[in-house]
Design a binder for this molecule. Sequence first.
Ligand SMILES: Cc1ncc(COP(=O)(O)O)c(C=O)c1O
Length: 413
Amino acid sequence: MQMGIDFWEFLAPDDDSVVVIDLNYSTDRIKKMNRELNPNGLNAIAIKTNPLVEVLRNLNQQNAAFEAASMGEIAIAKAAGIPNNRIVFDSPVKTKLELNWLNSQFLGGYINADSFDDLQNMQNFSQEIHLGLRLNPSMNIQSPNSLNVSGANSKFGEILHEISEEWIQKLRQFDRLDGLHVHQASQNSDFSNTLKGIRKVVDLANALPPKKIKFINIGGGLAFDYHQSKEADIDLYFSELKAICPELFDGTYQLITEFGRYYYAGGTSVYSRVEHVKEIANGRKMAIIHVGADMFLRESYNNSDWYHRLSVLDANGHEGNADQRSLTYNYDIGGPLCFAGDIPFRNHDLPEIQVGDWLKIHDAGANTFALWSRHCSRPFPLVIGHQNGKYFVLKHRETIQDVVRFWSDERNL
Ligand SMILES: Cc1ncc(COP(=O)(O)O)c(C=O)c1O
Protein backbone atom coordinates (compact mmCIF):
# COMPACT_ATOMS: atom_id res chain seq x y z
CA MET A 1 0.00 0.00 0.00
CA GLN A 2 1.27 3.50 -0.86
CA MET A 3 1.67 5.41 2.41
CA GLY A 4 1.16 9.14 2.45
CA ILE A 5 3.99 10.08 4.79
CA ASP A 6 7.62 9.35 3.94
CA PHE A 7 8.60 8.62 7.54
CA TRP A 8 5.82 6.03 7.99
CA GLU A 9 8.36 3.20 8.06
CA PHE A 10 9.78 4.53 11.35
CA LEU A 11 6.46 4.18 13.19
CA ALA A 12 5.86 1.12 15.39
CA PRO A 13 2.26 0.10 16.14
CA ASP A 14 2.41 1.84 19.52
CA ASP A 15 3.69 5.15 18.13
CA ASP A 16 0.45 7.08 18.42
CA SER A 17 2.21 10.46 17.98
CA VAL A 18 5.40 11.60 16.30
CA VAL A 19 7.29 14.90 16.10
CA VAL A 20 8.89 15.51 12.68
CA ILE A 21 11.58 18.19 12.43
CA ASP A 22 12.97 19.57 9.19
CA LEU A 23 16.52 20.32 10.34
CA ASN A 24 17.21 22.50 7.31
CA TYR A 25 14.69 25.02 8.67
CA SER A 26 16.84 26.00 11.64
CA THR A 27 20.18 25.53 9.85
CA ASP A 28 19.10 27.81 6.98
CA ARG A 29 18.19 30.49 9.51
CA ILE A 30 21.42 30.29 11.50
CA LYS A 31 23.41 30.41 8.25
CA LYS A 32 21.61 33.61 7.30
CA MET A 33 22.29 35.12 10.74
CA ASN A 34 25.96 34.11 10.75
CA ARG A 35 26.71 35.04 7.15
CA GLU A 36 24.42 37.97 6.34
CA LEU A 37 22.70 39.63 9.26
CA ASN A 38 25.21 39.53 12.10
CA PRO A 39 28.46 38.02 10.78
CA ASN A 40 30.71 39.76 13.31
CA GLY A 41 28.58 39.07 16.37
CA LEU A 42 27.37 36.01 18.21
CA ASN A 43 24.07 34.40 17.28
CA ALA A 44 22.79 32.35 20.17
CA ILE A 45 19.68 30.16 19.92
CA ALA A 46 17.49 29.85 23.02
CA ILE A 47 17.79 26.24 24.20
CA LYS A 48 14.50 26.43 26.10
CA THR A 49 12.63 26.64 22.77
CA ASN A 50 13.84 23.19 21.64
CA PRO A 51 16.30 21.39 23.92
CA LEU A 52 16.82 18.25 21.81
CA VAL A 53 20.54 17.46 21.97
CA GLU A 54 20.59 16.08 18.42
CA VAL A 55 19.12 19.32 17.13
CA LEU A 56 21.83 21.36 18.90
CA ARG A 57 24.47 18.98 17.58
CA ASN A 58 23.24 19.57 14.05
CA LEU A 59 23.27 23.35 14.50
CA ASN A 60 26.78 23.15 15.95
CA GLN A 61 27.98 22.31 12.44
CA GLN A 62 26.91 25.84 11.46
CA ASN A 63 28.76 27.41 14.40
CA ALA A 64 25.52 28.28 16.17
CA ALA A 65 25.81 29.70 19.66
CA PHE A 66 23.23 28.90 22.35
CA GLU A 67 21.47 30.71 25.16
CA ALA A 68 21.18 28.59 28.30
CA ALA A 69 18.68 29.52 31.02
CA SER A 70 19.77 26.91 33.57
CA MET A 71 22.64 24.61 34.45
CA GLY A 72 20.64 21.82 32.80
CA GLU A 73 20.68 23.78 29.55
CA ILE A 74 24.44 24.32 29.82
CA ALA A 75 24.76 20.55 30.22
CA ILE A 76 22.61 20.04 27.11
CA ALA A 77 24.86 22.42 25.15
CA LYS A 78 27.97 20.61 26.40
CA ALA A 79 26.45 17.22 25.47
CA ALA A 80 26.02 18.60 21.94
CA GLY A 81 29.69 19.66 21.84
CA ILE A 82 29.17 23.43 22.06
CA PRO A 83 32.28 25.26 23.34
CA ASN A 84 31.94 27.81 26.18
CA ASN A 85 32.63 30.76 23.88
CA ARG A 86 29.39 29.96 22.07
CA ILE A 87 27.22 29.72 25.20
CA VAL A 88 25.39 32.63 26.81
CA PHE A 89 24.19 31.86 30.34
CA ASP A 90 21.10 33.83 31.35
CA SER A 91 19.77 31.96 34.37
CA PRO A 92 17.92 34.48 36.54
CA VAL A 93 18.78 32.54 39.72
CA LYS A 94 22.34 31.38 40.21
CA THR A 95 23.34 29.67 43.42
CA LYS A 96 26.74 30.08 45.06
CA LEU A 97 27.62 26.51 44.07
CA GLU A 98 26.72 27.21 40.46
CA LEU A 99 28.81 30.39 40.52
CA ASN A 100 31.82 28.41 41.77
CA TRP A 101 31.40 25.93 38.95
CA LEU A 102 31.01 28.68 36.34
CA ASN A 103 34.11 30.51 37.52
CA SER A 104 36.27 27.45 37.00
CA GLN A 105 34.53 25.56 34.17
CA PHE A 106 32.92 28.25 32.05
CA LEU A 107 36.00 30.19 30.92
CA GLY A 108 35.39 31.90 27.60
CA GLY A 109 31.61 31.90 28.16
CA TYR A 110 29.14 34.77 28.48
CA ILE A 111 27.08 35.27 31.63
CA ASN A 112 24.33 37.81 32.16
CA ALA A 113 23.49 38.93 35.68
CA ASP A 114 19.81 39.49 36.33
CA SER A 115 20.29 42.10 39.06
CA PHE A 116 22.93 44.24 40.76
CA ASP A 117 23.10 41.58 43.51
CA ASP A 118 23.77 38.85 40.98
CA LEU A 119 26.42 41.03 39.32
CA GLN A 120 28.06 41.75 42.66
CA ASN A 121 28.33 37.99 43.32
CA MET A 122 30.48 37.64 40.17
CA GLN A 123 32.90 40.54 40.70
CA ASN A 124 35.80 38.25 41.53
CA PHE A 125 35.23 36.14 38.42
CA SER A 126 37.99 35.20 36.02
CA GLN A 127 38.80 37.82 33.37
CA GLU A 128 38.16 35.10 30.81
CA ILE A 129 34.40 35.23 31.45
CA HIS A 130 32.29 37.92 29.78
CA LEU A 131 29.86 39.50 32.19
CA GLY A 132 26.71 41.43 31.30
CA LEU A 133 23.80 42.96 33.21
CA ARG A 134 20.20 42.47 32.15
CA LEU A 135 18.19 45.67 31.86
CA ASN A 136 14.49 46.33 31.48
CA PRO A 137 14.10 49.59 29.53
CA SER A 138 10.39 49.64 30.55
CA MET A 139 8.85 50.01 27.09
CA ASN A 140 5.53 48.24 27.75
CA ILE A 141 5.59 46.07 24.65
CA GLN A 142 2.48 44.28 23.33
CA SER A 143 2.78 40.49 23.54
CA PRO A 144 1.03 37.63 25.37
CA ASN A 145 1.07 38.44 29.09
CA SER A 146 2.89 35.31 30.16
CA LEU A 147 5.79 36.10 27.77
CA ASN A 148 5.97 39.84 28.36
CA VAL A 149 8.84 40.95 30.56
CA SER A 150 8.83 44.62 29.58
CA GLY A 151 6.50 46.06 32.22
CA ALA A 152 7.26 47.79 35.51
CA ASN A 153 6.43 44.63 37.49
CA SER A 154 8.62 42.32 35.43
CA LYS A 155 10.58 39.67 37.26
CA PHE A 156 13.63 40.21 35.03
CA GLY A 157 16.55 42.62 34.95
CA GLU A 158 17.11 45.99 36.58
CA ILE A 159 14.55 48.53 35.49
CA LEU A 160 16.04 51.45 33.54
CA HIS A 161 13.64 54.40 33.52
CA GLU A 162 16.10 57.18 32.66
CA ILE A 163 19.83 57.25 31.97
CA SER A 164 21.07 59.29 34.93
CA GLU A 165 24.39 60.16 36.54
CA GLU A 166 23.41 57.76 39.33
CA TRP A 167 23.11 54.89 36.84
CA ILE A 168 26.45 55.74 35.25
CA GLN A 169 28.24 55.92 38.61
CA LYS A 170 26.65 52.67 39.71
CA LEU A 171 27.72 50.74 36.62
CA ARG A 172 31.24 52.19 36.75
CA GLN A 173 31.69 50.53 40.14
CA PHE A 174 31.42 47.07 38.60
CA ASP A 175 34.92 46.52 37.23
CA ARG A 176 34.07 43.19 35.70
CA LEU A 177 30.97 44.37 33.84
CA ASP A 178 31.62 44.41 30.09
CA GLY A 179 28.20 43.89 28.54
CA LEU A 180 24.52 44.84 28.62
CA HIS A 181 21.59 42.52 27.99
CA VAL A 182 17.97 43.18 27.12
CA HIS A 183 15.16 40.72 26.29
CA GLN A 184 11.79 42.47 26.46
CA ALA A 185 9.09 40.08 25.24
CA SER A 186 8.44 37.00 23.15
CA GLN A 187 5.91 36.55 20.29
CA ASN A 188 6.39 40.26 19.88
CA SER A 189 5.28 41.96 16.67
CA ASP A 190 5.86 45.47 18.00
CA PHE A 191 9.24 46.26 16.40
CA SER A 192 9.17 49.98 17.15
CA ASN A 193 9.00 49.78 20.94
CA THR A 194 11.44 46.87 21.00
CA LEU A 195 13.95 48.91 19.00
CA LYS A 196 13.42 51.95 21.24
CA GLY A 197 14.24 49.75 24.23
CA ILE A 198 17.43 48.50 22.56
CA ARG A 199 18.38 52.10 21.66
CA LYS A 200 18.04 53.11 25.32
CA VAL A 201 20.45 50.33 26.30
CA VAL A 202 22.94 51.43 23.60
CA ASP A 203 22.65 55.01 24.91
CA LEU A 204 23.54 53.78 28.39
CA ALA A 205 26.58 51.93 27.02
CA ASN A 206 27.64 55.11 25.17
CA ALA A 207 27.37 57.12 28.41
CA LEU A 208 29.92 54.85 30.13
CA PRO A 209 33.70 55.25 29.65
CA PRO A 210 34.77 54.14 26.14
CA LYS A 211 35.47 50.39 25.77
CA LYS A 212 33.89 49.54 29.13
CA ILE A 213 30.96 47.86 27.39
CA LYS A 214 32.12 45.36 24.78
CA PHE A 215 28.93 43.45 23.96
CA ILE A 216 25.25 44.26 23.77
CA ASN A 217 22.84 41.33 23.82
CA ILE A 218 19.44 42.23 22.34
CA GLY A 219 17.66 39.00 23.36
CA GLY A 220 15.05 37.27 21.20
CA GLY A 221 11.37 37.96 20.79
CA LEU A 222 10.40 37.86 17.10
CA ALA A 223 6.83 36.71 16.53
CA PHE A 224 5.67 33.84 14.34
CA ASP A 225 2.32 34.21 12.54
CA TYR A 226 0.69 30.84 13.24
CA HIS A 227 -2.36 31.61 11.07
CA GLN A 228 -0.23 32.25 7.95
CA SER A 229 2.68 29.91 8.87
CA LYS A 230 5.04 32.81 8.48
CA GLU A 231 7.95 34.01 10.57
CA ALA A 232 8.65 37.66 11.35
CA ASP A 233 10.44 39.67 8.66
CA ILE A 234 13.96 39.42 10.04
CA ASP A 235 15.47 41.43 7.15
CA LEU A 236 13.20 44.32 8.03
CA TYR A 237 13.99 43.95 11.73
CA PHE A 238 17.72 44.06 11.05
CA SER A 239 17.50 46.97 8.62
CA GLU A 240 15.59 48.99 11.24
CA LEU A 241 17.98 47.88 13.98
CA LYS A 242 20.93 48.97 11.84
CA ALA A 243 19.35 52.37 11.16
CA ILE A 244 18.50 52.98 14.82
CA CYS A 245 21.58 51.42 16.44
CA PRO A 246 24.52 51.62 13.98
CA GLU A 247 26.94 51.08 16.91
CA LEU A 248 25.85 47.42 16.95
CA PHE A 249 27.23 46.93 13.44
CA ASP A 250 30.21 49.29 13.12
CA GLY A 251 32.50 47.50 15.56
CA THR A 252 31.69 49.70 18.58
CA TYR A 253 29.96 46.79 20.33
CA GLN A 254 29.73 43.07 19.63
CA LEU A 255 26.08 42.30 18.88
CA ILE A 256 24.68 39.17 20.53
CA THR A 257 21.25 37.84 19.54
CA GLU A 258 19.32 35.05 21.21
CA PHE A 259 16.19 34.28 19.20
CA GLY A 260 14.33 31.06 19.89
CA ARG A 261 10.96 30.90 18.14
CA TYR A 262 12.46 32.38 14.94
CA TYR A 263 14.67 29.29 14.46
CA TYR A 264 12.19 26.59 15.33
CA ALA A 265 8.47 27.46 15.05
CA GLY A 266 8.14 26.53 11.37
CA GLY A 267 9.49 23.37 9.79
CA THR A 268 8.23 21.08 12.56
CA SER A 269 4.93 19.20 12.65
CA VAL A 270 3.41 16.87 15.19
CA TYR A 271 1.25 14.00 13.95
CA SER A 272 -1.10 12.25 16.33
CA ARG A 273 -3.60 9.44 15.70
CA VAL A 274 -7.28 10.10 16.34
CA GLU A 275 -8.50 7.61 18.92
CA HIS A 276 -12.08 8.82 19.41
CA VAL A 277 -14.53 11.27 17.91
CA LYS A 278 -17.48 12.56 19.95
CA GLU A 279 -20.50 14.79 19.46
CA ILE A 280 -20.48 17.89 21.65
CA ALA A 281 -22.93 20.81 21.94
CA ASN A 282 -24.49 22.64 18.98
CA GLY A 283 -23.60 20.08 16.32
CA ARG A 284 -19.90 20.45 17.04
CA LYS A 285 -17.45 17.58 17.50
CA MET A 286 -14.45 16.68 19.61
CA ALA A 287 -11.60 14.53 18.29
CA ILE A 288 -9.33 12.95 20.88
CA ILE A 289 -5.65 12.55 20.01
CA HIS A 290 -2.56 11.39 21.93
CA VAL A 291 -0.87 14.68 22.73
CA GLY A 292 -2.54 17.45 24.69
CA ALA A 293 -1.53 19.64 27.58
CA ASP A 294 1.53 17.44 28.11
CA MET A 295 3.02 18.80 24.86
CA PHE A 296 0.89 21.87 24.12
CA LEU A 297 0.93 23.39 27.58
CA ARG A 298 0.62 27.04 26.59
CA GLU A 299 -2.05 26.24 24.02
CA SER A 300 -4.10 24.38 26.65
CA TYR A 301 -3.80 26.86 29.51
CA ASN A 302 -3.80 30.08 27.46
CA ASN A 303 -5.98 28.99 24.60
CA SER A 304 -6.82 32.47 23.34
CA ASP A 305 -3.14 33.41 22.88
CA TRP A 306 -2.20 30.44 20.70
CA TYR A 307 -3.24 28.85 17.45
CA HIS A 308 -1.86 26.13 15.18
CA ARG A 309 -3.05 25.19 11.72
CA LEU A 310 -4.38 21.62 11.65
CA SER A 311 -4.76 19.13 8.80
CA VAL A 312 -6.51 15.79 8.69
CA LEU A 313 -4.70 12.79 7.19
CA ASP A 314 -6.42 9.48 6.62
CA ALA A 315 -5.31 6.30 8.39
CA ASN A 316 -2.59 5.77 5.78
CA GLY A 317 -1.26 9.27 6.10
CA HIS A 318 -2.83 10.80 2.97
CA GLU A 319 -3.92 14.40 3.43
CA GLY A 320 -5.72 14.73 0.10
CA ASN A 321 -8.07 11.81 0.79
CA ALA A 322 -9.40 13.35 4.00
CA ASP A 323 -9.79 16.75 2.32
CA GLN A 324 -12.13 15.21 -0.24
CA ARG A 325 -14.65 14.13 2.40
CA SER A 326 -17.89 15.95 1.73
CA LEU A 327 -18.76 16.84 5.32
CA THR A 328 -17.00 19.40 7.49
CA TYR A 329 -17.55 20.10 11.17
CA ASN A 330 -16.35 22.51 13.76
CA TYR A 331 -13.96 20.65 16.06
CA ASP A 332 -12.32 20.98 19.40
CA ILE A 333 -9.27 18.74 19.74
CA GLY A 334 -8.83 17.04 23.09
CA GLY A 335 -5.64 15.48 24.39
CA PRO A 336 -5.22 12.22 26.29
CA LEU A 337 -4.87 13.65 29.79
CA CYS A 338 -7.41 13.12 32.52
CA PHE A 339 -8.39 16.73 33.27
CA ALA A 340 -10.79 19.30 31.84
CA GLY A 341 -8.23 21.77 30.51
CA ASP A 342 -6.67 19.26 28.15
CA ILE A 343 -8.14 20.83 24.99
CA PRO A 344 -5.21 22.48 23.19
CA PHE A 345 -7.03 23.42 19.94
CA ARG A 346 -10.54 24.84 19.74
CA ASN A 347 -12.96 25.85 17.02
CA HIS A 348 -11.30 24.42 13.94
CA ASP A 349 -13.39 23.82 10.82
CA LEU A 350 -12.05 20.58 9.40
CA PRO A 351 -13.12 17.81 7.04
CA GLU A 352 -14.98 15.06 8.86
CA ILE A 353 -12.50 13.31 11.15
CA GLN A 354 -12.69 9.52 11.39
CA VAL A 355 -11.28 7.27 14.09
CA GLY A 356 -7.83 6.10 12.95
CA ASP A 357 -7.07 9.31 11.00
CA TRP A 358 -3.97 11.31 11.87
CA LEU A 359 -4.12 14.94 12.84
CA LYS A 360 -1.19 17.06 11.71
CA ILE A 361 -0.39 20.03 13.95
CA HIS A 362 1.62 22.57 11.95
CA ASP A 363 4.40 24.92 13.13
CA ALA A 364 4.90 23.00 16.33
CA GLY A 365 8.65 23.35 16.81
CA ALA A 366 8.94 26.18 19.34
CA ASN A 367 7.98 25.93 23.01
CA THR A 368 5.76 22.87 22.51
CA PHE A 369 7.52 19.58 23.36
CA ALA A 370 10.14 21.78 25.05
CA LEU A 371 7.59 22.34 27.82
CA TRP A 372 6.85 18.62 28.14
CA SER A 373 4.75 17.89 31.21
CA ARG A 374 4.69 14.68 33.23
CA HIS A 375 1.04 15.15 34.22
CA CYS A 376 -0.68 11.76 33.77
CA SER A 377 2.71 10.12 33.12
CA ARG A 378 2.63 9.48 29.39
CA PRO A 379 5.83 8.68 27.49
CA PHE A 380 7.49 11.42 25.39
CA PRO A 381 6.91 10.49 21.73
CA LEU A 382 9.25 9.51 18.92
CA VAL A 383 11.09 12.40 17.24
CA ILE A 384 12.14 12.08 13.60
CA GLY A 385 14.52 14.40 11.81
CA HIS A 386 14.43 15.25 8.13
CA GLN A 387 17.38 16.69 6.28
CA ASN A 388 18.47 16.75 2.65
CA GLY A 389 15.82 14.24 1.60
CA LYS A 390 16.53 11.72 4.37
CA TYR A 391 14.55 10.80 7.50
CA PHE A 392 16.16 9.48 10.69
CA VAL A 393 15.34 9.05 14.35
CA LEU A 394 16.42 11.97 16.55
CA LYS A 395 15.00 10.53 19.74
CA HIS A 396 13.26 7.25 20.39
CA ARG A 397 9.92 7.16 22.12
CA GLU A 398 10.25 6.88 25.89
CA THR A 399 9.26 3.54 27.33
CA ILE A 400 6.79 3.06 30.15
CA GLN A 401 9.84 2.01 32.23
CA ASP A 402 11.42 5.42 31.52
CA VAL A 403 8.32 7.04 32.98
CA VAL A 404 8.46 4.87 36.09
CA ARG A 405 12.15 5.72 36.42
CA PHE A 406 11.36 9.44 36.31
CA TRP A 407 9.01 9.10 39.29
CA SER A 408 11.31 6.75 41.20
CA ASP A 409 14.40 6.92 43.28
CA GLU A 410 16.94 5.06 41.14
CA ARG A 411 18.23 3.23 44.20
CA ASN A 412 14.90 1.50 44.74
CA LEU A 413 14.38 0.35 41.17
C1 LIG B 1 16.44 35.69 28.01
C2 LIG B 1 15.77 35.15 26.80
N1 LIG B 1 16.40 35.24 25.62
C3 LIG B 1 15.85 34.74 24.49
C4 LIG B 1 14.62 34.12 24.51
C5 LIG B 1 14.05 33.61 23.23
O1 LIG B 1 12.94 34.36 22.88
P1 LIG B 1 12.12 34.14 21.54
O2 LIG B 1 11.80 32.70 21.47
O3 LIG B 1 10.93 34.98 21.74
O4 LIG B 1 12.98 34.60 20.42
C6 LIG B 1 13.92 34.01 25.71
C7 LIG B 1 12.61 33.37 25.76
O5 LIG B 1 11.92 33.33 26.72
C8 LIG B 1 14.53 34.53 26.88
O6 LIG B 1 13.92 34.43 28.08
